[in-house]
Design a protein around this ligand. Structure first.
Ligand SMILES: C[S@@+](CC[C@H](N)C(=O)[O-])C[C@H]1O[C@@H](n2cnc3c(N)ncnc32)[C@H](O)[C@@H]1O
Length: 244
């Protein structure tokens, strides 16, 4: 698991994602990602956001009339989300939990893992456990929606990332790299089926040079494999597959 300094400083996180400090391209991306997730969540009556952070997307989704629950590992990020939801007078259920191992005891029509949160799962086993937990919370016929960055420079399976905050402070953290082929195998092993994959928040079709993988998946209806890690045939294939 990666420790990102932003998740102990919710103010820094919100500063990084503030429209006030974003350049035009980033502002466009922030708006497009919010519009995308709100539109997806509105297709169902209720939604679960895994890795909800300070509520950047959770709050607009609640304002759109969707009953939403947010889960996050960081108590301080959740505290900030709670404060912002109260200020905006929206009702959101916020739960502290680890995406690899939580059980809310109910299922949701839409499960979201936005903004690279899945890539904080640095070990294969963590990715498997997170997708398994997401599937267990997905109602029959429900949709799991998530986005992950696609890098094509060969660095991996764990990538060291840096981000400069508006004030100039450098933030360092690690993210897992998941290629398009690996992603399909992870989903299959978790009992999920990839239905749609876009290349960006404008819903352009996915290509190997797209900046991100923006996916919608549902229950595959097939029994879950014991573990992606234990599927030796997949591991052998993965080694010989071209990266995207
Ligand atoms: C990039 S932020 C995304 C926040 C929000 N979804 C957004 O798009 O603004 C990733 C979030 O995942 C949370 N996170 C990281 N590891 C987690 C884990 N194992 N279980 C639950 N949340 C986790 C972090 O605390 C952080 O709030």
């Amino acid at each position: 698991m990666s420790e990102c300094p932003l998740y102990v400083s919710p103010e820094l996180y919100d500063e990084l994602f503030s429209p006030a400090t974003a350049d035009a391209a980033r502002l466009e991306r922030l708006r497009a990602s919010e519009a995308f997730y709100v539109a997806e969540a509105r297709r169902g009556k209720n939604a679960l956001e895994i890795g909800c952070g300070t509520g950047r997307l959770t709050i607009p989704i609640a304002k759109a009339g969707v009953a939403i629950t947010g889960v996050d590992l960081s108590a301080v990020m959740l505290g900030k989300a709670r404060e912002k939801a109260a200020a905006d007078e929206v009702l959101i259920e916020l739960v502290e939990g680890d995406m690899r191992d939580f059980d809310l005891g109910r299922r949701f029509e839409t499960v979201l893992i936005p903004g690279n949160s899945l890539l904080h799962m640095l070990e294969e086993r963590d990715v498997e456990r997170a997708l398994d937990a997401a599937r267990r919370h997905l109602a029959p016929g429900g949709r799991l929606i998530f986005d992950i960055t696609l890098w094509n420079d060969g660095e991996g399976p764990v990538r060291h990332c840096t981000t400069t905050l508006p004030g100039g402070r450098l933030i360092e953290y690690d993210l897992r790299v998941i290629s398009p082929g690996e992603l399909e195998r992870y989903l299959e092993a978790a009992g999920l089926r990839l239905d749609v994959r876009y290349g960006d928040f404008g819903r352009q079709p996915f290509t190997p040079s797209s900046p991100r993988q923006l996916c919608s998946a549902g229950h595959s209806g097939r029994a879950k494999a014991t573990s992606y890690t234990h599927l030796d045939v997949y591991k052998r294939q993965a080694r010989h597959l071209p990266s995207p």
